[in-house]
Write a protein of this length. Structure first.
Ligand code: SF4
Length: 412
């Protein structure tokens, strides 16, 4: 359930020819290597709140996807000239639905096409209903996966039923224990808060159940009710459920994060917590503006200033990969786009926005340019400036979207 996204196309078509006639390739991936995201668009069933791109798993469509994905991996590897790879992240969808033999083939293709750096972080998102045997997790380890992200969402069976999850709380705990027993030393759990009927105390109980398992990482996402979902009908007019009030949700966020900090988890991004040494390298790479390559239907990539978007549906993806269209269309990011992304992404992190770095890139001082807004936010204890960084306070994180939008876009 990833939030972030994720050619034998004629190279000339994708990257315009230089004066010498050679294809102009994107600059070599910045920093320590590329972040690779593999989108797996299959799920067992549709959860009631979900708007991610996924479809019901079936062998025929999966075989189609698998073949195209291997082609796309090979193509990008050649196009980028076997670049160093620092992370690989299988998200979706439900990557744990991929049969082991095919998953092994995909991992081998990635190792062949790219150049994994020592200590490569390799994460697989797994759901408890499709990842539960010790032997399954041992097989993942043998393929090189060293990080697991388990989609638990809740340890309460009534909540799970309401969310439309195809597993119970007991299955989630059993899945975690099996992964640990197999030897996974880096396991993250995903939870959702702000559920209909939830209160601060019942949310803290969820966090206690999660912390009792001693995962290395926890992601806690606020339930977003999107139009057209089953959840929207459940909480809409005439529906049976009622969302907690804004004030109650505010308390859940603050008390929940304080509870996790008291249990030794660092609150390093609005929705993410980690024990020392277990911050997600992959997600941190996104937030610090590293290059990332997304493979599979609907995946997005950013390499240098170029943003590529893969088609969403399988037939379009087929035409895109087999028809030699991969990487043809890209959006060229402007300086302003890059600066806005820098503000939007870094303000979500505990480290915040490096003001000196921003000044060097932008050629102006954000604090001076946004003096009134920053003074007002500071007075309301929503932001603070320390050690040259602009950071959101916990109260600020609660309304992070509004603050970030204003700081990033109000200078037009
Ligand atoms: S497991 Fe549920 S929430 Fe995750 S992508 Fe599939 S349908 Fe969506």
């Amino acid at each position: 359930m990833a939030r972030i996204y994720g050619e034998d196309a004629p190279v000339k078509a994708a990257f315009p020819a230089t004066a010498a006639g050679a294809a102009k390739l994107p600059a070599a991936p910045r920093a320590k290597g590329l972040l690779l995201y593999v989108h797996v668009p299959f799920c067992r069933s549709r959860c009631h709140y979900c708007t991610f791109h996924s479809q019901a798993f079936n062998q025929v469509t999966f075989a189609w996807y698998h073949k195209l994905l291997l082609q796309e991996i090979d193509l990008w590897g050649r196009r980028l000239k076997n670049p160093p790879l620092r992370t690989v992240y299988f998200g979706g969808g439900t990557p744990s639905l991929i049969p082991l033999t095919q998953l092994d083939q995909i991992m081998k293709a990635i190792r062949k096409a790219f150049n994994p750096v020592p200590g490569l972080e390799a994460t697989l998102e797994a759901n408890p209903d499709s990842a539960h045997d010790v032997s399954y997790f041992r097989a993942l380890l043998s393929m090189g996966f060293n990080r697991l992200s388990l989609g638990v969402q809740s340890f309460n069976d009534l909540d799970l039923h309401m969310l439309g999850r195809p597993h119970s709380a007991a299955m989630a705990a059993a899945s975690f224990q099996a992964a640990r027993q197999a030897g996974f030393a880096n396991i993250g759990l995903d939870l959702i808060w702000g559920l209909p009927g939830q209160r601060v105390n019942t949310w803290i109980e969820q966090l206690k159940a999660a912390a009792n398992l001693r995962p290395e990482h926890l992601s806690a996402y606020n339930l977003t009710v999107e139009d057209g979902t089953a959840m929207a009908r459940m909480v809409g007019e005439g529906g049976d459920f009622k969302l907690p009030s804004e004030q109650e949700q505010g308390r859940m966020f603050i008390y929940g994060s304080e509870f996790l900090e008291s249990m030794g988890y660092m609150h390093y991004e609005v929705s993410n917590f980690a024990r020392m040494g277990f911050v997600s390298e992959h997600n941190s790479g996104y937030w610090t503006g590293s290059d990332y390559l997304g493979l599979g239907p609907s995946a997005v990539s950013t390499i240098g200033r170029r943003r590529f978007s893969n088609p969403r549906y399988m037939d379009e993806y087929d035409a895109y990969v087999r028809g030699g269209l991969v990487g043809q269309d890209h959006e060229e990011l402007t300086d302003q786009d890059l600066l806005r992304e820098m503000v939007m992404l870094s303000l979500r992190t505990a480290k915040g926005l490096d003001l000196k770095l921003f000044r060097e890139k932008a050629g102006y001082d954000l604090v001076k340019r946004q003096e009134k807004l920053i003074a007002a936010l500071h007075q309301k204890h929503l932001i603070r400036i320390s050690h040259g960084h602009l950071r959101l306070t916990k109260d600020g994180m609660l309304v992070s979207n509004v603050i970030i939008r204003r700081l990033a876009f109000d200078d037009d």
